[in-house]
Design a protein around this ligand. Structure first.
Ligand SMILES: Cc1cc2nc3c(=O)[nH]c(=O)nc-3n(C[C@H](O)[C@H](O)[C@H](O)COP(=O)(O)O)c2cc1C
Length: 320
C-alpha cells in the first residue's frame, strides 16, 4: 500500500505537471478546504482544480518539484518549487514570454488517509508577484465608510474626483514601446510623474484596455516623450486607436529600442522595474537609462484642453 507521502507525490505530479486534476481525488477529501496564508481566503477542491488548469494554460510547460515532504502523525508539510514559461495571459495579466521560478510550502492535515485541510503560502496572487506584478491591495478593498467628500453621504462622487483632476495642470507625454515583431506602439499619457532622482525613477499609469498595453507589459523598456507646442497633431494621433500611429512621424530608436519621437521637448528611455496592478490600470515604475533633451517648448494640458507652454507668466515671489 502507498504511504500518504507517495500518493501525494503521484497525485501532485499528475495534477500540476500534466493537468490531470482528478488525480487529486485520491489524496484530497471531498470536503477539502485550502486556506491561503497571505490572503486568508478559503477555497474548495473544485476551485483548486480550476486554478491548476488556469495556471497550466498560462504556463503550458509547467514543471513542479516536491523538494521535501515531511510526515508527522496527521500533519504533512510539503515544500515545492516550480518553473514554467509565462506564455498566455493569467488573471488579466498579459503573457511576458519569460521563464519564472516560484516556490511555496503547504501545511496539510490528514484524516483517514486523505488531506482534509491545507494552509498554503502560495496562490495565484503570489504567482503574479513572482512575475513582477504586485497588486495594490488597498485598490481592491470595498469602499471605506469613513470616506467623506462634499455631500456627506460617505461615498466619493465620481464628479468630485473628475473636478479635482480637471484642476490639475500637466504636460502631455507619449509612452512608447515595440511589440514582439518590432512594430512601434504608443499612447498619449499625462499620468507621468517623476518618482526620484537617485535612483532615477519615473512612473506612468496605463489603462489595461489600451491596445498598447500588452506590448508595454511584455517590454523590458519603455520610451516617454514630452510633447512640444508643435506636436498638437501628434497628441491626437496617440490619443486615438489608429493602427499605425507612427506612419507619418519621424522617430528613432533609443539604445534599447524604445521609439523616441523627433521634435519632442525631451525624451527618455527607461527600464521597467515594477508593474503594479491597480485594478483597471497598471502603474509602471521604470529606471531611466537614457535621456535626450531638446529646445522645443512643452505643451500644456488642463481639463481636456491643450495650451501654449511658451507664454507662461511667472508669479511674483510672495513676501515672507
Ligand atoms: C491628454 C491625454 C492624457 C492621457 N493620459 C492617459 C494616461 O495617463 N493613461 C492612459 O492609459 N491613457 C491616457 N490617455 C488615453 C489614451 O491616450 C487613449 O485611450 C488612447 O486611445 C490609447 O491608445 P491605444 O489603445 O492604441 O493604446 C490620455 C489621453 C489624452 C488625450
Amino acid at each position: 500500500m502507498q504511504t500518504i507521502k507517495e500518493s501525494v507525490t503521484v497525485a501532485w505530479a499528475a495534477a500540476w505537471d500534466r493537468g490531470e486534476v482528478d488525480a487529486l481525488d485520491a489524496v484530497l477529501h471531498p470536503d477539502y478546504r485550502r486556506e491561503s496564508a497571505n490572503r486568508g481566503t478559503i477555497t474548495d477542491l473544485a476551485t483548486l482544480k480550476r486554478d491548476i488548469l488556469e495556471v497550466r494554460e498560462a504556463f503550458p510547460d509547467l514543471v513542479t518539484t516536491l523538494d521535501k515532504v515531511i510526515v508527522d502523525g496527521d500533519d504533512l508539510a510539503i515544500f515545492w518549487s516550480t518553473t514554467g514559461t509565462f506564455s498566455r495571459p493569467l488573471g488579466g495579466v498579459p503573457a511576458t514570454g519569460r521563464r519564472v521560478r516560484t516556490t511555496g510550502s503547504n501545511h496539510a492535515t490528514v484524516r483517514d488517509g486523505v488531506i482534509v485541510r491545507e494552509r498554503v503560502t502560495w496562490d495565484q496572487s503570489e504567482l503574479l508577484i513572482d512575475l513582477g506584478v504586485p497588486s495594490l491591495r488597498s485598490a481592491f478593498e470595498a469602499d471605506a465608510d469613513e470616506v467623506v467628500v462634499d455631500d456627506l453621504s460617505g461615498a466619493l462622487g465620481l464628479d468630485a474626483l473628475k473636478g479635482f483632476n480637471r484642476q490639475f495642470i500637466t504636460g502631455v507625454t507619449v509612452v512608447t514601446t515595440t511589440d514582439a515583431d518590432g512594430t512601434p506602439r504608443g499612447l498619449a499619457a499625462n499620468s507621468y510623474a517623476s518618482v526620484s532622482l537617485e535612483p532615477p525613477l519615473v512612473l506612468v499609469c496605463v489603462q489595461k484596455t489600451s491596445s498598447t498595453y500588452p506590448a508595454l507589459f511584455a517590454s523590458s523598456h519603455l520610451g516617454i516623450n514630452i510633447l512640444s507646442n508643435a506636436q498638437r497633431g501628434t497628441v491626437a494621433t496617440f490619443a486615438s486607436k489608429e493602427p499605425d500611429k507612427f506612419a507619418h512621424l519621424d522617430w528613432h530608436a533609443a539604445p534599447n529600442g524604445s521609439p523616441l519621437i523627433e521634435g519632442s521637448s525631451a525624451s527618455i528611455e527607461a527600464e521597467i522595474k515594477e508593474r503594479l496592478q491597480a485594478k483597471t490600470h497598471t502603474v509602471f515604475i521604470a529606471k531611466v537609462t537614457h535621456a535626450e533633451l531638446g529646445d522645443a517648448v512643452p505643451m500644456i494640458y488642463k481639463a481636456g484642453r491643450f495650451f501654449d507652454g511658451e507664454h507662461l507668466q511667472e508669479l511674483e515671489a510672495a513676501p515672507v
